[in-house]
Design a protein around this ligand. Structure first.
Ligand code: ADP
Ligand code: ZN
Ligand code: ZN
Length: 817
């Protein structure tokens, strides 16, 4: 049997670690428990071999899996990610596996021969051997020995007793136990185990609603039907009907009860029309055909679905997945963070029944692990989830769909800094599967790839049922200021349009992409603003919470009555956030029923869904919110969308600012006029002539794309180059500067052919969460050259003793802030 095993550990070091194999050989791709410095860590076994390393090796403590948790393809994918994003392999694997919750660390003790001897001698002489111990300590030691010796042997061996049990029964301090270990009376063992019990819950399934029903039975059936035909039994029993009612319905075969892992709670909102109740239009049909042909070919292909808002993309995705399921294969649908509401989950259950696993951010670690097992075992072959669902261990992967592929929530902003869309493409390649990237506003990168024939382009350029896109009217806020003589939040035009909708009992959404009440507090006497203590960021005033809050680190401060710098009372609260906008609208339209959606009012998916449901049900007239209101949903009563300051990003030093603004404006405009009545958008802006605003107003993706692409080409930005942001950070300003200087000098002295290095420069946000930050931006037409340079830089940083965690390499960075 091979003697050694290489293990990937989730530590910030770019290497694997070699351990000696014990009695049980690890499986490649399975987890092992190993000692590392003072700790015990779980890692992934990568290779067993006989190459003796030059350093002394420690033993593997335990083999945790009998079968791989990462199959060959996922191991390969992990290696590719580590390489592409310059991330430690073990940290990549940790991200890929949601199994942290399964591992229970336990230390246990067992009595030795020497221990028995000591106990025996003590019993004979009545007093133990002389020592430096106090009588109390001795008494405890013998209690421990007694307790351990009394365990019944199992198969000739006395079982070990967990530290917790031992200490609670004998009241032995940790130091006493360590002393006994040193004397070899007892041995300490790590008996950490993998928890594998998957708690299940009972679900009632509606089978049929036929036949005569009494009132109670009727109520149960209706509740079931209203929730897509499946409800946890617990929920039904909290209804005010006798418990026997359910049993009767089961006996009659109208309801079936199944056990399944506690999954995403199913929505109790009103039933939604099935996604397949309508007939597909020709564009949808042809898109579905393209998708299916690609899947049947059983080789890699990429398809970019460019479908305008309301063109019916979702129905095509779901039909494509259904076809994959019918063929006995697997599919993954990735959705942006906010898209996965309980209502969507209910839809998915309705279509895919028990075969769908839903991975959303509100799951606990344990629930996530349960879903992972359902997928791994082949029980669930349809996977829907946010970013990390791209790693779902499905069998026979046929299709990955990335909905709203331009969405920035697909990028992980911590190590490994992967982009799930790009991982989806690579995974599909490795699996000979099909990847579909869908959006009304594709990223420049994806659209560029489509024009270069890396992906097939499928377009859905009309809304379903020939509904028109909304008319967009631009309001120049500089003119508004000149004409009214004061800074307006809501222009006269927008106010009039809102009033008109309210009179007609139609609904309105108003976007302001900034939360809080006032974003700046300024002292008129000394000119200072109130800044976060940890960040170079102005604190935002939140009126309802009566606090000043940092939106970057969460720091809280009291609302100042006087300037904290000079004591002057002339402190002014400037600017408008969504909270203030809501107040203003209440003042202007006192009769209107108004709600707000932003991160202050939405704590979980339920809040988000509740508010949208209320809007859908006509219980609200006006919805105010941040970009959260721009995404994905389909509410037919909204006929007016007002945009109040969504263009402030255009002033930021970020080459993606125009793209992001265009996407946001197009997406929010897409919320108007999705029902029978055509919609309208009033777009207030200070950048009237900016092309992002102009093209968004004309719904002209192609025009925007051409123009933006030209800029990217002149400036050598993606997609014309591969780009990485290298951030140097330290809590000490001197250290951050010195390290930046060291790396800057290294970049200067070493030629990096084909790689442009900008910097070091202060990061746009110089201080964040107490760290001072400097950065370099690297660009190259060749990704290989870029990564070679980055790797050499990391090696140099290591020789200069710059800690690995203080140099952040962000490959394909979305933000340069
Ligand atoms: P997108 O994701 O492209 O914005 P959706 O898939 O959300 O669009 O579809 C918009 C709305 O149109 C949904 O309510 C959907 O049920 C409906 N829909 C989709 N296809 C059709 C069709 N062929 N006929 C009628 N309605 C449709
Ligand atoms: Zn002041
Ligand atoms: Zn802060």
């Amino acid at each position: 049997m091979p003697e050694f095993c290489d293990v990937a550990l989730a530590v910030p070091l770019d290497m694997v670690f070699t351990y000696r194999v014990g009695e049980i050989a690890p499986v490649v791709g399975g987890r092992v428990l190993v000692p590392f410095r003072q700790q015990r860590l779980t890692g992934i076994a990568l290779e067993v071999h006989d190459r003796k390393p030059s350093v002394t090796t420690k033993n593997i403590l335990r083999v945790l899996d009998a079968t791989p948790v990462l199959d060959e393809q996922l191991l390969r994918l992990g290696r590719w990610i580590a390489d592409y994003y310059l991330a430690p392999l073990g940290e990549v694997f940790r991200t890929m596996l949601p199994l942290g919750a399964e591992f229970k660390r336990t230390i246990a003790y067992r009595i030795t021969k020497e221990g028995r001897m000591a106990l025996h001698l003590a019993g004979m002489s009545g007093s133990p051997a002389r020592s430096h111990r106090t009588p109390d300590e001795e008494a405890v030691e013998f209690r421990v020995l007694d307790y351990l010796a009394a365990e019944e042997p199992e198969q000739g061996e006395v079982p070990a007793v967990s530290e917790q049990t031992l200490r609670s029964t004998t009241h032995a301090a940790k130091s006493i136990l360590s002393g006994m270990v040193r004397k070899k009376w007892i041995v300490r063992e790590d008996v950490s185990t993998v928890r594998d019990a998957i708690p299940k819950i009972r679900i009632a399934l509606l089978k049929s609603a036929e036949g005569k029903l009494n009132d109670n039975q009727q109520r149960l059936i209706e509740t079931l039907a209203a929730s897509g035909g499946r409800v946890p039994v617990d929920t039904l029993q909290s209804l005010d009907v006798p418990r026997t009612t359910l049993a009767t319905l089961v006996k009659r075969g109208l309801v079936e009860i199944v056990e399944e892992p506690a999954a995403f709670a199913v929505s109790h909102s009103k039933p939604r029309p099935s996604p397949f109740e309508f007939e597909f239009n020709p564009a949808q049909r042809s898109a579905l055909n393209r998708l299916q042909e690609a899947v049947y070919a059983r080789k890699f292909s990429g398809i970019l679905f460019h479908g305008i808002t309301g063109s019916g993309k979702t129905a095509v995705y779901l039909a494509g997945m259904r076809a994959v399921l019918d063929a006995g294969r697997s599919a993954i649908l990735l959705v942006p963070e906010i898209g996965l509401t309980p209502a969507v989950a209910a839809d998915l259950h309705q279509i895919f029944g028990e075969e769908v696993a839903i991975l959303h951010s509100a799951l606990s670690d344990k629930e996530r692990a349960q879903q992972w097992h359902r997928i791994k075992s082949g029980e669930a072959r349809m996977v829907v989830g946010t970013r990390s669902a791209v790693f779902a261990p499905v069998r026979d992967l046929a299709l990955i769909i990335v909905d709203e592929e331009h969405d920035s929530s697909y990028k992980q902003e911590e190590t490994p800094r992967y982009h799930a869309r790009d991982i989806a493409v690579m995974r599909a390649k490795m699996a000979n599967a099909v990847v579909v990237l869908g959006s009304a506003t594709p990223s420049l990168e994806s659209y560029f790839n489509a024009t270069k024939n890396k992906y097939a382009l499928v377009e859905l350029l009309d809304r379903v049922e020939q509904r028109p896109l909304p008319e967009v009217e631009i309001v120049d806020m500089r003119l508004e200021f000149q004409e009214t003589g004061r800074e307006q939040v809501i222009s006269r035009k927008l106010a009039a349009e809102i009033q008109e909708r309210l009179d007609r009992k139609e609904q309105v959404m108003v976007l302001l992409n900034r939360r809080g009440y006032s974003p700046v507090v300024l002292c008129r006497a000394c000119g200072e603003t109130l800044q976060c203590r940890n960040c170079a960021i102005a604190l935002t005033h939140h009126k309802r919470e009566h606090k000043m809050i940092c939106h970057y680190c969460g720091y809280l401060a009291p609302v100042p009555k006087a300037c904290v710098h000079c004591g002057s009372e002339y402190v002014y609260f400037l600017g408008t956030g969504s909270e203030k906008l809501e107040d203003l609208l209440h003042g202007m339209f006192p009769q209107a029923r108004i709600a707000r959606l932003d991160r202050d009012t939405v704590r979980g998916h339920e809040d988000f869904e509740r508010t949208l449901n209320a809007l859908d049900a006509g219980e609200l007239d006006l919805l105010v919110g941040t970009q959260m209101i721009a995404k994905g949903h389909d509410i037919h009563g909204v006929t007016l969308v007002g945009v109040v300051g969504a263009d402030s990003a255009l002033g930021l030093p970020d080459f993606r600012a125009a793209e992001r603004t265009f996407q946001l404006l197009t997406q929010v405009a897409g919320r108007a006029g999705r029902g029978q009545t055509p919609g309208k958008v009033v777009l207030q802006t200070y950048f009237e002539n900016h092309y992002a605003v102009q093209y968004a107003a004309r719904h002209d993706f192609a025009g925007f794309y051409e123009k933006e692409l030209r800029f990217r080409s002149w400036m050598q930005y993606p997609p014309y180059s591969a780009l990485a942001n290298v951030l140097i950070r330290s809590g000490k300003l001197d250290e951050a500067l010195q390290w930046s200087g060291t790396l800057g000098k290294w970049f200067d002295q070493n030629r990096h052919e084909g790689v442009r290095v900008l910097g070091p420069a202060a990061a746009p946000i110089l201080r964040l969460k107490r760290d001072y930050r400097y950065h370099f931006v690297l660009k190259s037409p060749s990704r290989e050259k870029l990564n070679t340079t980055l790797r050499a830089m990391m090696a140099h940083a290591a020789t200069q003793k710059i800690p690995r965690t203080q140099v952040i390499v962000d490959v394909d960075a979305l933000w340069l802030m």
